[in-house]
Design a protein. Structure first.
Length: 148
């Protein structure tokens, strides 16, 4: 039987729905693909996007546990995307981890002003990003379960 027509076992479907869902937004294909691969191997469901408009569309369609967002995108500035996510009731409580190679003294403040929870400078240590992501997802799930 062709695998594309095979019925997925119910336990796999349920398991996929319970995996933390991460929206990964970066126009650098190498970063996006390598980070997606690493996160999927750590049991995250990754929704990759190279453009801001695609990220906003995905964020409105899918329940998210966290967003990893590059600031410098070709179509919409990552700071603007973060602000839009924080203003939308569907995504206002989703933690955003901002990434950037921008070397400006006030970049962390600007990220926090628009609702970014964490900021990591590029190039970043992948282990640090994973640790920050794990904490953000754990905290969000705690608040959603106990306080939401």
């Amino acid at each position: 039987m062709d695998s594309e027509f095979a019925v997925q076992p119910e336990s796999d479907v349920v398991a996929e729905r319970t995996l933390p869902t991460i929206l990964l937004v970066d126009d650098d294909e190498t970063i996006r693909e390598s980070l997606a691969w690493r996160l999927e191997n750590l049991s995250y469901r990754v929704l990759p996007a190279a453009l801001g408009r695609d990220a906003l569309r995905l964020a409105r369609q899918e329940p998210l546990d966290a967003v990893i967002l590059d600031i410098c995108l070709p179509d919409i500035d990552g700071l603007q995307i973060c602000r839009m996510l924080m203003e939308d009731r569907r995504t206002a409580d989703v933690p955003v981890i901002m990434l950037s190679a921008i070397d400006e003294s006030d970049i962390v403040r600007r990220c926090r002003e628009v609702g970014g929870l964490f900021f990591l400078a590029k190039p970043f240590d992948l282990n640090v990003l994973v640790a920050v992501l794990e904490q953000a997802v754990r905290d969000r799930r705690y608040w959603m379960r106990d306080c939401g």
